[in-house]
Ligand binder design. Structure first.
Ligand SMILES: Cc1cc2nc3c(=O)[nH]c(=O)nc-3n(C[C@H](O)[C@H](O)[C@H](O)COP(=O)(O)O)c2cc1C
Ligand SMILES: [Mn+2]
Length: 470
């Protein structure tokens, strides 16, 4: 059964003990970021809840964070599936989208604010990296726009910097972002780009917004829900937005305008770059009577952002290597330390000496900017255990023989290690990076492992209490 809206999903989290309510009043300028940081640092993923901050100082709306990516289990719950079925669910939805249906009105129109009544500063926007971010940011916006030539709709999550009651900065990190081409096509005609920012919706909407989808994200969101999304027309432009959203900000990106944006504390664990960027002029805000504001928690991993990036990509890549290419791969995992982007581990059965390299190239071809590090290990290594990956790298590798370095490949735009001259500073969009593959499989027969035989350990376990150790 599809979640009807954000509230319906929050109720499902609640039932499973995955939503924690903070009743204490918290300060959006420092406290929200610090509390949620501690939640991710101190509570292991299996027990980690999403959080609802019920009282944000100076604001009337509650804020939820971590609701889509507190852990892979929470991500699966958001998709109404299990962790191992996530890839199938995505594949199915992408091949059979269900277009949205237009309705005349919906709860998102409970309150309609235009003209002087618009005030984006009433939203509980937080400072995520205090003393570094120049302003509060919207971190979970689903930004809708259409291609002026084809009419095709797009939705993507691009950070928004609060610049005033009716003004935001908009950051598109690469020219590959679909909204970028919409803005460029309009600019060539001297025209603005109408847009609508959706905040707080049932999970398929934000999850498709952060995913790289060919075609209409709202159609794929409908397929993930198993039922079409109901959409309503905006008040001040012709775009359609989910009728059951919590909040919608309507506006446009003026042609030819660039203003300073950033820096913003990013998912790499460092401040991202700042420079000239697009702006959004707000023309209306509509919301429910008692809206709930949703934020993505990002910055230093582990975070909601790295969980979402890693989990979605792990399953998609595993499917590609195993099912499409039929490689004898056991598991793939984008380590959270690399933000779910930079460090990939692959375990496989080394049936052929060239197989580890083939798996590396397949991963790079699948997504050219990710996986700056690819470490391939034998299938007996648990790649979700950092210790085992580093153990294999320590003793299964002869660096001169087993490292493959590739130069001038596509990189991650926010990677702070990229040399300044390799970044197109003006647009902050094109990045070249080198990549390294490490073949950490065993290339010949290794000696026996220096651990007691399993049966000895089992015998000890069976009589553990007798040793009086715990
Ligand atoms: C929490 C989070 C924040 C993101 N912020 C940005 C951002 O500020 N700018 C950007 O270009 N991409 C950002 N992304 C990545 C895009 O949302 C993602 O690449 C998406 O596919 C873009 O949509 P598009 O393919 O329709 O352009 C973010 C992703 C996540 C998970
Ligand atoms: Mn898109």
């Amino acid at each position: 059964m599809a979640y009807k809206d954000l509230r319906d999903y929050l109720a499902a989290l609640e039932i499973r003990g995955k939503l924690h309510h903070v009743k204490k009043e918290v300060d959006p300028d420092w406290e929200v970021a610090a509390v949620i940081r501690r939640v991710f640092q101190r509570i292991p993923p299996a027990r980690r809840p999403a959080v609802m901050f019920e009282h944000i100082k100076g604001h009337r709306m509650p804020l939820v964070a971590g609701i889509l990516g507190a852990s892979p289990e929470v991500y699966a719950l958001a998709l109404e599936t299990t962790v191992d079925q996530i890839a199938d669910k995505w594949a199915q939805a992408q091949s059979h989208p269900i277009p949205p249906v237009r309705v005349s009105t919906g709860p998102v129109k409970d309150v309609i604010l235009t003209g002087d009544r618009i005030d984006a500063t009433t939203l509980p926007l937080c400072r995520w990296t205090r003393d570094q971010d120049p302003a509060p940011y919207v971190t979970g916006p689903c930004v809708i726009s259409t291609d002026p030539e084809t009419g095709e709709r797009n939705m993507g999550t691009y950070r928004l910097m609060l610049k005033g009651p009716r003004r935001f900065g908009l950051f598109l990190s690469t020219t590959w972002r679909d909204m970028y081409s919409h803005i460029m096509k309009n600019e060539r005609q001297g025209k603005p780009t109408p847009c609508a920012v959706v905040i707080g919706c049932d999970p398929p909407v934000p999850l498709t917004s952060v995913a790289r989808i060919r075609g209409d994200e709202l159609g794929v969101a409908g397929a993930l829900r198993g039922a079409p999304l109901e959409v309503v027309r905006c008040e001040t432009n012709d775009l359609e937005v989910p009728a059951h959203a919590e909040i919608v900000i309507e506006g446009f990106v003026p042609a030819g305008v660039r203003e300073h944006e950033g820096p913003f504390g990013e998912y790499t664990g460092y401040m991202g770059s700042s420079g000239p960027s697009f702006v959004i002029e707000v023309t209306a805000i509509t919301h429910r009577t008692d809206p709930i504001y949703q934020a993505f928690f990002s910055q230093m991993p582990p975070s909601e952002s790295s969980c979402i990036r890693g989990t979605g990509r792990d399953v998609a890549l595993l499917k590609h290597l195993k099912r499409d290419l039929r490689l004898p791969v056991r598991d793939v995992h984008l380590l959270e330390a690399g933000g779910g982007a930079a460090f990939l581990a692959i375990s496989l059965r080394r049936e052929h000496p060239a197989l580890p390299q083939r798996a590396m190239w397949a991963a790079w071809a699948f997504d050219p900017s990710f996986s700056k590090w690819v470490v391939v290990v034998d299938e007996d290594i648990d790649i979700r255990d950092y210790f085992q990956v580093l153990w294999a790298m320590s003793w299964h590798v002869q660096p001169a023989r087993d490292l493959y370095v590739n130069r001038d490949t596509a990189g991650v735009a926010l990677d702070p290690s990229v040399a300044e001259e390799d970044v197109n500073q003006l647009e902050r969009k094109t990045v070249l990076s080198s990549k390294v593959g490490v073949d950490a499989t065993r290339k010949h027969t290794f000696p026996a492992r220096s651990v007691p035989p399993q049966e000895d350990l089992d015998r000890v376990d069976a009589h553990w209490a007798d040793y009086g150790l715990e």
